[in-house]
Design a protein around this ligand. Structure first.
Ligand SMILES: O=C([O-])CC(=O)C(=O)O
Length: 296
């Protein structure tokens, strides 16, 4: 049991009820919790002690102490109900917005020009698979490629947001693969057709579980890598993105209303290569998360 010292000072309203944010420290994360609610928030289940309306019982084993009351945080304008929902972004999100050619070396390896503004395309959410499921080489595809990417999970509805405010709309992150039928993409490119089939087929978006926003203080400087059968194929850093996260969110929000749970995939570093049935893909984001998928 962790007890708050003194009276809560900072309150804000959610759709449900008035809550107070408190800050607690843990060995690995810092999180925010409501003192009068029982919510799963950033992966920690927090329960109100009914006797002490300033008390919190935190079920996570590594929470050490309550640090302080915190001031109103812009991202907390997302109602707590919604915040706990975006952890389920695969279920609640309505779209996957992808960015093409956001790393110079990747544009060069496929002989593509570097874009002067973000190049966006969409995948359907039916493309999602989670660990334990298999990437299926689509029938008729003879050149399935991996593209590892940092994903941004939108936390709050974003429309025409300026770059300076863009990070306030981030709810969290995920590590994703933008699986690409390269032969189908090449054919579409040559005919001036869209990439929907080459990029949006079933199982074309293997994705990690939700990563808490707090775990990534600077998403614009993160090692990102991918191995096939234990061999490193892609090894990059998000600092090499042509358009950083703030730019991408701002730009994308001028094209589409970004809604809570939507995913923005930020482009892939160089090293993409052909996959075969039986291959095993491992990918990682700094020391934050690793994923594994097999190909069939
Ligand atoms: O298929 C491509 O090369 C475009 C793309 O998605 C990326 O650059 O991440």
């Amino acid at each position: 049991m962790v007890k708050l010292k003194g009276k809560p000072k900072f309150c804000f309203s959610t759709l449900q009820r008035e809550v107070t944010l408190v800050k607690y420290s843990a060995t690995s994360v810092k999180g925010y919790a409501s003192a009068w609610d029982s919510v799963t928030h950033y992966g920690h289940t927090l329960c109100l002690d009914s006797e002490l309306n300033c008390g919190l019982e935190i079920s996570s084993t590594n929470v050490k102490e309550l640090v302080e009351m915190v001031e109103f945080q812009p991202y907390a304008t997302c109602p707590l109900e919604m915040m706990s929902k975006i952890v389920q972004f695969k279920e609640v999100g309505k779209k996957i917005v992808c960015v093409g050619r956001n790393y110079r070396e990747h544009a060069a390896e496929l002989n593509n020009p570097v874009p002067s503004k973000p190049m966006l395309f969409l995948k359907p959410t039916s493309a999602y698979i989670s660990e334990g499921e298999t990437i299926k080489i689509p029938k008729g595809c003879s050149d399935l490629n991996h593209e590892v990417e940092l994903g941004i999970v939108i936390g709050t509805t974003a429309r025409d947001v300026p770059q300076a405010d863009a990070m306030n709309y981030v709810g969290g992150y995920a590590l994703g693969l933008d699986m690409t039928a390269r032969d189908w993409q090449a054919e579409a490119k040559s005919k001036g057709h869209p990439w929907s089939v080459a990029k949006g087929f079933d199982t074309s978006c293997p994705i990690s579980k939700f990563i808490e926003k707090e775990k990534i203080p600077n998403p614009n400087n993160l090692d990102i890598w991918l191995k096939v059968n234990g061999e490193m194929r892609q090894s990059g850093n998000t600092k090499d993105m042509i358009f950083p996260i703030e730019h991408l969110i701002s730009f994308a929000s001028q094209c589409f209303t970004l809604e809570p749970g939507d995913l923005l995939l930020t482009g892939t570093p160089s090293g993409v290569s052909k996959l075969n049935s039986g291959d095993v893909i491992q990918a990682g984001l700094a020391d934050i998360i690793q994923i594994q998928f097999s190909v069939k």
